[in-house]
Design a protein around this ligand. Sequence first.
Ligand code: ATP
Length: 317
Amino acid sequence: MLNVQDLTVHYKISKKVIHAVENVSFKVEDGEFVGIVGESGSGKSTLAHTIIRLLPINAIVVDGRIELLGYDVLSLGEEDMRKIRWKEFSMVFQKSLNALSPVHKVGNQLADAMKAHNPNLTEEEIIDRLKQLLRMVNLPERVLKAYPHQLSGGMMQRIMIALALLNHPKFIIFDEATTALDVVTQGQIIEEIKSLVKSLSLTGLVISHDLGVVSELCDEIVVMYAGRLVEHGTTEQILQQPLHPYTQGLVRSLPDFARERRLFGIPGNLPDLSESIHRCVFAPRCPIANEECFTTVPSTEEVDGRRVACLKVGARV
Ligand SMILES: Nc1ncnc2c1ncn2[C@@H]1O[C@H](COP(=O)(O)OP(=O)(O)OP(=O)(O)O)[C@@H](O)[C@H]1O
């Protein structure tokens, strides 16, 4: 359903070029959810915005191909793209809590969004569909008459999920869709997303810096670091037997209250993405890096049924 091949995306700011996504490839099969995980600045949102072609104007798609639902996304004209975006695929954004206008009632805003894509629907059909959507995201009908500021963070995020589902998309991207919520609400919404995904047979991506959230929702996980794909495997492989030292660090930094394990961080910061990097991007933070890691760019290899980009692959930190 989604095939991203050798994708490279840069941003231009004054005389600098930011290497936000470098040579990333992965697939999402029909009915599957793939998680994209990595710390802030690792290129997750750039990847998602490239897939739905909503990049800021200073972004340049340098190389690669994206096939989504049979469309060659990067070569479609803007007009054709507008016809399918939000209809055949959609996205719940990271900063969606601010996405609605504060001065209009929620119901009117949802109805307007629906009319824009389905001008032939009657008022009655629109209200029926809105009520059906609210039931799907566990919201009472009274929210239609409310203004955005009258709703809690969790309610607003459910509205955003409803908005993304408005036109029956087949493919959906959740970009940090639960990050801004308290843990109890986050847990509830993750469970709701799980059951929606199943009942609507959705396919898609879940983007988060939180490996815990991604592993709850996804069949497979792509781990990104500094714009590169460093590991891609099933959720079980990534959690139970991570191969890349960065993935191992992410797994060790997951809270494990049952076993009262200590929390580990990963010391150091992302490299400066405005520089061309001709070594392993993770080498300066990697506890097992040797000289070769500072002089050679690792290629992505298949190891034990998953893909990993590490010269010392498999070595446990
Ligand atoms: N419009 C832009 N102009 C210039 N640089 C940008 C722009 N947007 C993102 N970047 C840079 O591109 C890199 C990747 O950013 P991106 O937002 O894709 O990462 P992310 O993993 O989604 O992080 P976050 O979760 O914080 O959004 C970062 O270095 C970021 O500063």
